[in-house]
Ligand binder design. Structure first.
Ligand SMILES: O=C(O)CCC(=O)C(=O)O
Length: 249
């Protein structure tokens, strides 16, 4: 179990989220816990044609044909993935940034980007504002196609301009920050920040998990197949997890 952030760390993360639109939590998942998670993730990717919630070139992919695989209803695909719902090193930061009024937007998504592939996503913002976690299952180097952000752009009234993307790939923008990081790192970002994926120029796949939280009062019509199944919600007994799932008991 990774330790919860100290009051000082909490303050710094919340300030960074507010000022620059993202913050990075190192060691959010320990190497011992990552190992079984990666094994099960790989098994699902290898068999993705038989995983009903797996989609090739799906929602996270604006550049089609690069072999990006999304695993929807991620928490439900294996019990070891459920821990990403309420990571002790991360959830207190999201709660502090959102006045302790957060629920899950959807049932999370695993994502696989194949080696030696162009960027599967162009510069965009996701809207909201929601709070998104990107949990790195691998050591992601700059060559492996990390997520990149433009710090502070969550406060920009505009979306990234069309010229930010060229020939179906993101351009290098002034002030952009690619975010390579070791396995187990969690990036937290305001979903209004301008962000993109970068090309994976390495011979290794990039594997990560996205978890998105919203204020309980924010209305978001998530597609039913991306939301938790009633059976999954019914079997949760932990009060924190039930609250994150929107249960009001
Ligand atoms: O793949 C990435 O690093 C970014 C993906 C993304 O921007 C998105 O799904 O909204």
């Amino acid at each position: 179990m990774q330790p919860i952030p100290s009051v000082h760390e909490l303050f710094m993360h919340v300030r960074r989220l507010d000022h620059v639109g993202y913050t990075v939590v190192p060691n959010a998942v320990s190497p011992e816990r990552l190992e079984p998670i990666r094994e099960r993730f790989d098994a699902l990717i290898a068999d993705h044609e038989n995983v009903p919630s797996a989609v090739v070139d799906g929602a996270s992919t604006s550049v089609k044909g690069v072999g990006s695989i999304d695993l929807h209803r991620f928490f439900e695909l294996n019990p070891v993935f459920e821990d990403f719902m309420d990571l002790p090193a991360v959830l207190p930061i999201v709660q502090a940034a959102r006045n302790h009024d957060v629920v899950l937007l959807s049932s999370a998504m695993g994502n696989f980007r194949a080696p030696n592939t162009p960027a599967a996503t162009l510069w965009h913002r996701d809207g909201g504002p929601y709070m998104r976690l990107t949990i790195y299952l691998d050591d992601v180097t700059e060559e492996m196609g990390p997520t990149a952000v433009v710090p502070g752009s969550h406060k920009d009234p505009n979306r990234p301009p069309p010229w930010a993307n060229h020939e179906n790939q993101p351009r290098a923008l002034p002030g952009m920050a690619p975010l390579p990081a070791p396995a187990g790192t969690c990036l937290i970002n305001d979903t209004n920040i301008w962000h993109t994926a970068m090309p994976n120029r390495s011979s290794r796949p990039r594997r990560l998990v996205w978890v998105v939280y919203k204020w309980s009062t924010q209305v978001y019509d998530v597609r039913p197949e991306w939301y938790h199944s009633p059976e999954f919600i019914a079997r949760q007994t932990d009060p924190v997890r039930r609250a994150l799932l929107g249960c009001t008991d």
